[in-house]
Design a protein around this ligand. Structure first.
Ligand SMILES: [Cu+2]
Length: 69
């Protein structure tokens, strides 16, 4: 398993957390998504490293922005 942490901008409440978790969690190979609302940190646990483009697309789909690393 691989843990990767991303920074997401725009989340303000538990609904935002759910939306991001659902979209990112739907990426193939992703096993777990932990969102820290206070910091905007999103930690993705996956079987293989996930392409950042996939994470960006999922975060976009949820309505938020992935901050450039
Ligand atoms: Cu919200």
């Amino acid at each position: 398993m691989v843990d990767t942490t991303y920074q997401v901008r725009g989340m303000t409440c538990g609904h935002c957390v759910s939306a991001v978790s659902a979209e990112v969690g739907a990426i193939a190979g992703v096993r777990d998504v932990q969102v820290d609302l206070a910091t905007g940190r999103v930690t993705v646990t996956s079987e293989q490293p996930v392409a950042v483009e996939s994470v960006r697309a999922a975060v976009d789909e949820a309505g938020y922005d992935l901050v450039e690393a």
